[in-house]
Design a protein. Structure first.
Length: 207
C-alpha cells in the first residue's frame, strides 16, 4: 500500500475567487471562512437563478428580445423586482438589434495548490456571425477593473483550448450593458491568482 497522501481538493466558484482576491487583510480571511462554512447550495436561495435561467431559455429557444418581459412579469418577490428590472433593462440595451443564436458554452475548472475554481460561463452566443462565450455579471455592485481582469484572464486560461478559433471570451456587465474581454497580462495575472489559491489552500483547513 502506498504511503503517499493525496492532497485534498477544495472547490470554489469563479465569483468566490474574485471576491477573495478583491479583499485584503482580515476581510480576506473572513471571506474564505464564509465560503467554506456557508450552507450547501439550494436553488431557492440563489437570488439571480430565475434571471440567469430565463436568459438562457430565451436564447436556447431562439426567442426575440421582446420575450425579456416574460422574465420580469414572472417575478413576484418584491426584493427581486427592482434588481431584475435594472438588469433586464441593461440586457435589453446590450442586445439592441443584434442577431443572436445559441450554442452550448464550454465549461472547465482551473486548479492550483489543491483548490479548484469552476469556470462556468452562462451563455454561448453567435452574434452577427461571431461566437461569444459570456459570463454574466448581475450584481448591482460596480464591476471593478480588478474583477474584470481576474474573471477574463481565468476564463481565457481555462476555456481557450476548448474554444473554436476566433471565439471571443468575456464578461458582460448586465446592468450597464457592457461587454469586457481580456486586456490584462495573462501570465502576470495568472501568477497572482496562483498565489491567492495557495493562500486559500493554507487557510482552509484551519478555519
Amino acid at each position: 500500500m502506498s504511503n503517499i497522501r493525496k492532497r485534498k481538493m477544495y472547490g470554489i466558484s469563479l465569483t468566490d475567487l474574485v471576491d477573495i482576491v478583491s479583499k485584503s487583510g482580515s476581510p480576506k480571511a473572513t471571506k474564505v471562512n464564509q465560503i467554506k462554512n456557508r450552507k450547501a447550495y439550494h436553488p431557492a436561495t440563489d437570488f439571480y437563478k430565475p434571471l440567469r435561467d430565463g436568459l438562457i431559455k430565451i436564447h436556447k429557444e431562439g426567442l426575440e428580445r421582446s420575450f425579456l418581459v416574460n422574465i420580469r412579469s414572472a417575478i413576484r418577490d418584491p426584493k427581486k423586482v427592482a434588481n431584475y428590472n435594472n438588469a433586464l433593462n441593461g440586457y435589453s440595451k446590450w442586445w439592441g438589434k443584434k442577431n443572436i443564436f445559441w450554442f452550448d458554452p464550454p465549461k472547465n475548472t482551473y486548479g492550483n495548490s489543491g483548490v479548484d475554481v469552476s469556470i462556468n460561463p452562462e451563455l454561448g452566443l453567435v452574434i452577427d456571425d461571431q461566437r461569444y462565450i459570456i459570463k454574466l455579471y448581475l450584481k448591482d455592485e460596480p464591476l471593478s477593473k480588478l474583477r474584470i481582469d481576474l474573471a477574463t484572464v481565468l476564463m481565457e486560461v481555462a476555456l481557450r483550448d476548448l474554444c473554436k478559433e476566433g471565439d471571443i471570451i468575456g464578461v458582460l456587465d448586465v446592468r450597464q450593458g457592457k461587454f469586457f474581454r481580456v486586456t490584462a497580462p495573462i501570465a502576470q495575472t495568472k501568477s497572482m491568482v496562483d498565489a491567492e489559491l495557495a493562500y486559500v489552500a493554507s487557510l482552509w483547513p484551519n478555519i
